[in-house]
Design a protein around this ligand. Structure first.
Ligand SMILES: O=C(O)CCC(=O)C(=O)O
Ligand SMILES: [Fe+2]
Length: 203
């Protein structure tokens, strides 16, 4: 074995959860790649602060977002409609690398910036119509580690917690969005920002 090879030492964990298919790849990107993507997306992304409407009330979303796609298809959720910008070279690089482990062709990526531990993403499923039935969602994380929590919608005792580390990849597929919801809760511990990219297919 070449000790100096740049091969990435990723380790895969397949979660055995009822009604879900979840695979987690630790260090999917090397530390160096992850650092470089982190600074790229911090500096070069056109971050938006959106106002969402839930049950008729409007709120500022507790994080910043951006949407990029290969096509012009918008993405709507929580009463907002986002229109994508074209994919950048960096996004294409990341998408291509994910597509070496999963045989799909992502069209769209939603970026989330959690500025600190006070930013969050509330309980939801990625089950919007435009994602189709049993969507495949690939989620890449750079920056601070945050906890990703999952709960079964009917069998509420079924829960899982995954620490999403710098350079990791999480893939949700099968019936995960139908039966489970997920969130990134606020935390008092984290002060550093985290950038998340969720690749999706919108045809
Ligand atoms: O930040 C994350 O890891 C999750 C993002 C997410 O659930 C979403 O954008 O739908
Ligand atoms: Fe989500």
């Amino acid at each position: 074995m070449d000790l100096f090879s740049s091969e990435i030492e990723t380790s895969i964990k397949n979660y055995q959860l009822k009604d879900a298919a979840i695979n987690y790849y630790d260090s999917f990107f090397s530390e160096k790649e992850a650092n470089s993507f982190y600074s790229h997306f911090s500096n070069e992304t056109d971050w938006q602060e959106d106002t969402i409407t839930v049950f008729g009330k409007t709120y500022k979303q507790p994080r910043l977002t951006a949407l990029y796609a290969l096509n012009k298809k918008p993405y709507s959720y929580s009463g907002i409609t986002m229109h994508p910008k074209p994919f950048t070279q960096e996004l294409i690089k990341i998408k291509s690398k994910i597509e070496t482990v999963i045989d799909v062709n992502f069209t769209t990526v939603l970026l989330n910036l959690y500025r600190d531990g006070n930013d969050s993403n509330g309980w939801h499923s990625d089950d919007e119509k435009e994602l189709g039935k049993n969507p495949i969602i690939a989620s890449v994380s750079f920056g601070a580690t945050r906890q990703f929590k999952l709960q079964h919608k009917k069998d509420k005792a079924l829960k899982e917690k995954i620490a999403l580390t710098h350079g990791s990849l999480l893939i949700m597929s099968g019936t995960t969005q139908h039966y489970w919801k997920h969130q990134i809760p606020k935390t008092r511990k984290v002060v550093n920002p985290r950038i998340n990219l969720t690749f999706r297919i919108i045809k």
